[in-house]
Design a binder for this molecule. Structure first.
Ligand code: SF4
Length: 303
């Protein structure tokens, strides 16, 4: 079978992406004229709903009830696809509480060339849900911040349940683990990396806790310890870290000129577009569409 890749033109060259394998190829010797650069961000995270059935102490998701309309969402997904976006990441709240999740994922898979990823606590993944999502989701990110009792204290669910669900998820999807790092979870990093390796995860994403909702966040000492841990890490699972938390770590920067809203934007569950979920300023996506809201957000930031 031939490779079916999506092409995106931008300031770093021609970017080819295969959503089925996650393969990226950058032709950086191509000097793409500015008028041909993709208008959409490379990646857009979308909070489908603010609802969640867990109560993690470090949760920064808004607690006001909000949910995206599926028909409007599919129209925005089409618009993003046509404007050169490579992938959407569904989150929340908990995306598996979004009633139309299988339909929206199927729409993206069948009608667009977008990769669909999802960030989830995984406890609602059953064989039935996995069947409904199979073929519509390219990568699942599971939130795991510790093992055993550390995990259970933070998430309030049995760790053995999580391991069972990781096994099911791994039989159908490529997946990774997302780990919020703070003073409480730092000592578990070796064990989380071991869990990632033993369950077949493709990636371990390190997320230093941000200050929010009266919590102080990781702080410089924890971030420095995390950097030391990452620099010494020799495990088989690929490590990634959130932009802005990289400090002195030597990192691969494959697309150094595609920054800000060219690289990433966040749509919250009220339908407001923001630079990231941590930014308060935003623009509502209305009947004028997603790209019009993106232009307004760019102008607002430039003013
Ligand atoms: S699972 Fe995620 S959205 Fe739900 S409470 Fe925990 S951090 Fe918040």
């Amino acid at each position: 079978m031939g490779l079916r890749v999506k092409r995106r033109d931008g300031p770093d060259g021609v970017h080819l992406f295969d959503r089925r394998t996650g393969l990226n190829v950058l032709l950086d010797e191509v000097d793409v004229p500015r008028v041909q650069w993709a208008r959409a961000p490379r990646q857009v995270s979308i909070a489908l709903t603010n609802a969640c059935d867990l109560a993690c102490p470090f949760c920064y998701a808004p607690k006001t009830a909000a949910v995206l309309d599926a028909v409007r969402l599919c129209a925005w997904i089409d618009e993003l696809d046509a404007a050169g976006c490579l992938g959407v990441g569904f989150g929340g709240g908990e995306p598996t509480l979004y009633r139309r999740l299988p339909q929206v994922c199927r729409h993206a898979a069948e009608r667009t060339g977008l990769a669909v990823t999802m960030t989830t606590h995984a406890h609602r993944f059953t064989p039935q849900l996995i069947d409904a999502l199979a073929g519509g989701v390219n990568f699942v990110r599971v939130s795991v911040d510790g093992v055993g009792t550390t995990y259970e204290k933070l998430r309030g669910r049995p760790f053995s349940d999580l391991v069972q669900r990781l096994t099911w998820i791994g039989q159908t999807f490529r997946f990774g683990l997302n780990c919020v790092v703070n003073a409480h979870t730092l000592p578990d990093l070796d064990a989380v990396a071991g869990l990632a390796a033993s369950t077949g995860a493709a990636e371990l994403l390190l997320l230093p806790e941000r200050p929010a909702r009266g919590r102080q966040g990781s702080g410089p000492q924890i971030i420095a310890a995390l950097h030391r841990w990452a620099a010494a890490y020799r495990g088989p699972v690929l490590l990634t870290i959130a932009e802005g938390d990289t400090g002195p770590l030597p990192l691969a920067q494959p697309l150094p000129r595609e920054t800000g809203l060219r690289a990433y934007a966040h749509l919250d569950a009220t339908g407001t577009l923001r630079r990231t979920s941590y930014h308060s300023a935003g623009e509502p996506v209305d009947d004028r569409g997603f790209l019009a809201a993106l232009d307004r957000l760019q102008q607002k930031d430039a003013a």
